[in-house]
Design a protein around this ligand. Structure first.
Ligand code: FAD
Length: 486
């Protein structure tokens, strides 16, 4: 086996360590923080526990694959369940849509609440499934930078369907043409935010995303999202991966065009191969100073970021579920603010995630742990103190109105996460959640490959490179690195 340094113990770094260990390599993970997980961590405020970052869990088979690779039964290490209700939607006019997993019931529910003909919903879901089955083998599981991907049987089959993939219209244009109800358009447009994009700019191809939730399913790890980190960390240790925490890498050392190791506060660590799970822009800017950069890729606009209020709420709102969306009164304006003006709209769409609905010990009896999030622009030097103050006020007005109760007096404990903290804690450029945005039909091709074309023995995984951000894609980036590891 080869000696390998992995820079960063984010979900992709963990997955990559597990895969490379299985191939017989000697893997050391260098992590700047005192703990693994990167964005996928947890916080405790008094008697309330919160998952700090990601809250929606899809494609659990990508986690299972890591256990199976080592001949282990996932359920013995990591438990999760399928959700019956994927999300509850609250509209400004009082309409509520219960997006249940059962498709027949879902169609009926949406039809009842909005008048949308059931066949339109059915067609949209079928189209999403078609996009997924046609494109995911190419764009999610393979490197786009190897000829073998493009001459595969699957690729040739997809070429014949190119016109169906909606590359040339926006998500919104596609949804607007297929649905009668504005509410249903808004519901389906929202999936652009799953990779930090704008439905009014992102290609219609992004309508692939609903299939993840409606076709394959939304899940919840029974011990909370943070258990993904905990169980992958435990698995990595079990299969012999070494971890060095509080150990930021300051440089990737090269010799004759080949990665030779990394430098930390302990000095030089000689390695045969290096994998960076650090944000790609910062990998070039900070660890490869003086090397030629792929400027065009690096300069691509970044995805949106998030502003989160972790609130311990001393009341049990029975009408709320695990995932709750309180829609903005003007979605287009909201996205113009985020992506064109770099600001936050006065009536933002508010997402409230409450894990205590599934895992009661996350909050005291009769209380709930509210992870209250809005999408915000990435950090471009805005006055965040002012934005946070204003947003907090607007969110409280909105939620109090929609729930018919003054929320502020119910807040027992509070913490805040903003783009500046996200950047400081995980080294993500501009605090973007998902690396580059996908507001461009070439977005998939404008992500950095999972290996360096110029520097031998240097690989990349994580949400800022191919295939993209979000837990499942990060896990797949690790798979592509392992599959192409030489
Ligand atoms: P990161 O989590 O970015 O971690 C990188 C790690 O590398 C960090 O631990 C960092 O300390 C370390 N590091 C960086 N530089 C160095 C260095 N020089 N030396 C040593 N260590 C270094 N995804 C979903 O699937 N579903 C969701 O619902 C969802 N919601 C989200 C909500 C929020 C608020 C956020 C922040 C993200 C969300 N995401 C969601 C996205 C998801 O969290 C990320 O795509 C994923 O966790 C990123 O993993 P990663 O492996 O790229 O690394």
């Amino acid at each position: 086996g080869k000696t390998v340094a992995i820079i960063g113990a984010g979900v992709a770094g963990l997955a990559c360590s597990i895969r490379l260990a299985e191939k017989g390599h000697i893997v050391s993970v260098f992590e700047a923080n005192a703990h693994p997980g990167g964005k996928l961590t947890e916080i405790q405020l008094g008697n309330y526990r919160f998952d700090a970052g990601p809250s929606l869990f899809t494609l659990p088979e990508e986690i299972e694959a890591l256990f199976e690779l080592h001949g282990l039964d996932t359920k013995a290490y990591f438990d999760y369940k399928k959700l019956d209700t994927t999300c509850k939607y609250f509209y400004p006019d009082g309409t509520e849509i219960n997006a249940v997993a059962d498709i027949e019931t879902l169609k009926e529910e949406i039809h009842q609440k909005t008048g949308e003909p059931k066949e339109n919903i059915e067609k949209a879901l079928n189209k999403s499934a078609l996009l997924y089955t046609s494109l995911s083998p190419l764009f999610m599981h393979k490197s786009l930078h190897k000829l073998s991907t493009w001459v595969s049987k699957h690729a040739f089959r997809s070429y014949g369907k190119l016109s169906k993939f909606n590359f040339n219209s926006t998500m919104h244009q596609v949804n607007k043409a297929r649905f009668k109800s504005e509410k249903v358009v808004q519901l389906f447009n929202r999936y652009a935010t799953y990779n930090g994009s704008d439905p009014y700019q992102a290609p219609g191809t992004m309508n692939i995303i609903p299939h993840l939730e409606f076709g394959i399913g939304a899940y919840f790890p029974t011990q909370g999202m943070h258990d993904i980190t905990q169980s992958l960390y435990a698995l990595a240790k079990k299969v012999g991966v070494k971890f060095l925490f509080n150990t930021p890498v300051s440089k990737i050392t090269l010799h004759k065009g080949q990665a030779k190791g990394v430098i930390t506060k302990f000095g030089f660590h000689k390695m045969d191969r290096v994998v960076s799970n650090m944000d790609i822009v910062n990998t070039y800017e900070k660890l490869l100073k003086g090397e030629r950069k792929p400027t065009k890729l690096i300069k691509q606009p970044k995805s949106s970021s998030a502003l989160i209020f972790y609130w311990g709420i001393k009341k049990n709102f029975k009408q709320l579920d695990l995932h709750n969306i309180f829609f903005s009164n003007d979605y287009e304006k909201e996205f113009q603010h985020i992506f064109k003006k770099g600001s936050v709209y006065e009536d933002p769409t508010v997402y409230v995630n409450i894990t205590s609905t599934q895992k009661p010990d996350d909050a005291p009896e009769g209380c709930q742990n509210w992870f209250t999030m809005i999408n915000v622009p990435n950090n471009q030097g805005q006055d965040w103190e002012e934005i946070i103050k204003e947003a907090r006020k607007n969110i409280l007005v909105k939620l109090s109105e929609q729930l018919g109760e003054d929320i502020e007096p119910l807040i027992e404990v509070e913490d805040i996460l903003d783009p500046i903290k996200i950047e400081a804690r995980t080294s993500s450029t501009q605090g973007a959640l998902y690396g580059n945005s996908s507001n461009n039909k070439y977005a998939a091709f404008l992500r950095h490959p999972n290996f360096s074309k110029r520097i031998k023995g240097l690989y990349f995984c994580g949400g800022s490179v191919h295939p993209g951000g979000g837990i499942p894609l990060c896990l797949l980036s690790a798979k592509i690195v392992a599959d192409n590891f030489e």
